[in-house]
Ligand binder design. Structure first.
Ligand code: CP
Ligand code: NVA
Length: 330
């Protein structure tokens, strides 16, 4: 199948065929080679993009900015404190204005409906930089990192531990089903993913010879895993009061050396980041003072171990986001 993503938005992986995801990963690999050999690749010179952030970010913002500059584009960053967005002007009006000026828009915010609306109203490609439901650009970096470590995606066993119905876990389930990885969600039943999404992913997985498993049993969920993945216990936009119940529910699903020892010997550890693996953050210290957890979703030992590929994964955000902007704007 000849892949052409020109003019498309990138809102969720459910909208993309496995061949299209494969194409984006291959383009990202080429861009990574160009970057690492210092070879200029200003293929989108003369174009401009705007990055809209209603939630905070380090990796996603910087990945879009550097990728945009490397491609030769002008890049504008907007957040609610420095623009009218949300307070004095609706998202729909903002999208219609920006669509007249920019060639593409990135949006990070709350409901998935908003990013869909921006795409519909702006008339230019829109890239989802994280919503409450999905985090699709993160998935491309994760798939690339897995492929770099194992030389393949098909048949890889990926276990997500923790808050299994958050944006990252939902997206990993979709990405796995599309690309032939066996996905296990390992967490408390209360936080299992939405049944409708699980059913949809199981149908996709059946077409791609892989499986979706839900379990609250840590031993069963992590044995035979090639990749152990986790995320923070409370996501952006959730209320602070939830920390108490979440720490209780999720502490049995912490990624520690016993979990890694139960997985395959060559298993790797991934995390979208940011991570609470020590007390060097204000939230980390606060949670420690209130509830006594020195490390949360992953121990410092695992985070800093050779099995941890989290910084390769973070770097890959930039190469993969570059591929998405290039493929949709060229
Ligand atoms: N992984 C990720 O999206 O990181 P940021 O929140 O720093 O963008
Ligand atoms: N689930 C996290 C992901 C951060 C990249 C959040 O939404 O805060």
């Amino acid at each position: 199948m000849a892949v052409n993503l020109s003019g498309r938005s990138f809102l969720k992986l459910l909208d993309f065929e496995p061949e299209e995801i494969r194409y984006l990963l291959d383009v990202a690999k080429e861009f990574k080679k160009l970057k690492l050999t210092n070879t200029p690749h200003k293929y989108l010179e003369g174009k401009n993009v705007a990055l809209l952030f209603e939630k905070t970010s380090t990796r996603t913002r910087c990945a879009f900015e550097v990728a945009g500059y490397d491609l030769g584009m002008g890049v504008t960053f907007l957040d609610p404190t420095s623009s009218q967005m949300g307070k004095k002007e609706s998202i729909a009006d903002t999208a219609r204005v920006l669509g007249r000026m920019y060639d593409g828009l990135e949006y990070r915010g709350f409901s998935q409906k908003i990013v869909e609306e921006i795409s519909e109203k702006s008339g230019v490609p829109v890239w989802n930089g994280l919503t409450d439901d999905f985090h699709p650009t993160q998935m491309l970096a994760d798939l690339l990192t897995i492929e770099e470590n194992f030389g393949r995606l098909k048949g890889i066993n990926l276990t997500f531990m923790g808050d299994a119905r958050n944006n990252v876990a939902n997206s990993l389930m979709v990405a796995s089903a599309k690309m032939g990885l066996n996905f296990t969600c390992c967490g408390p039943k209360e936080l299992f993913p939405n049944e409708k999404l699980v059913d949809e992913c199981r149908k996709i997985a059946a077409e791609n010879d892989c499986t979706i498993t839900l379990t609250d049993d840590v031993k069963k969920g992590t044995e035979n895993a090639d990749v152990i993945y986790t995320d923070i216990w409370v996501s952006m936009g959730e209320p602070d009061e939830i920390w108490e119940s979440r720490t209780k529910l999720l502490s049995p699903y912490q990624v520690n050396k016993e979990v890694m020892a139960n997985a395959h010997d060559d298993a790797i550890f991934l995390h979208c980041l940011p991570s609470f693996h020590n007390l060097e953050t204000t939230i980390g210290k606060d949670v420690y003072e209130k509830f006594g957890f020195k490390e949360m979703e992953v121990t410092d030992e695992v985070f800093e171990s050779k099995q941890s590929k989290v910084f390769d994964e973070a770097e890959n955000r930039m190469h993969t986001i570059k591929a998405v902007m290039y493929a949709t704007l060229k």
